[in-house]
Design a binder for this molecule. Sequence first.
Ligand code: G3P
Length: 218
Amino acid sequence: MKFFIDTANLAQIKEANDLGILDGVTTNPSLMAKEGIFSTEAVNSHYKAICELVNGDVSAEVISTDFEGMVAEGEKLASLHPNIVVKIPMIKEGVKAIKYFHSKGIRTNCTLIFSAGQAILAAKAGATYLSPFIGRIDDMNWDGVDLIGQIAEIYAIQGYETEILAASIRSPLHIVKCAEAGAHVVTCPLSAILGLLKHPLTDLGLAQFLADHAKGKA
Ligand code: G3P
């Protein structure tokens, strides 16, 4: 399973990348806004900076909601760096744009996925990645991880090549559950990635090892 970080914050991207386990980055307009990045020029230069930092796929989301706008914006984004994956929302015009980009060899990440039906449509259109938002599904008293499992089963039966990129991850447990459910990729906040490290018995055990070793120096 690949690990992406879900942020536009360069310091957090660098920290995750320094761990040596990072396979890519996802962003969205809200994450860009959180960093104070709004203009096309600023957004494009930020994507270039992310691509220079991480050797892996970087999802860059379009703002347009019509086919022509998505195509123009997506082609511009894809030309910024070979690692850019154009992120397209699951709407009617988006499905057409994914199909268009697929025919041009431009990779896409279909975002805002909340149902298996949407997942089938995105795969049929030729999306490279599919982003089900599991945390937001949990917020609605539904089970986001169940959706990952359902999509994984459908994709395996149908032989779809689209990779399931579990998004809206909120905790280390979400990462573990997505791995069990068959996600190909998880995109996570830095806190969830670092949360995987934690276990009190690891800390206690290490403290004991160091204390025992120090006895030899006394
Ligand atoms: O990758 C999608 C993600 O950024 C949404 O996460 O926590 O806003 O639901 P969240």
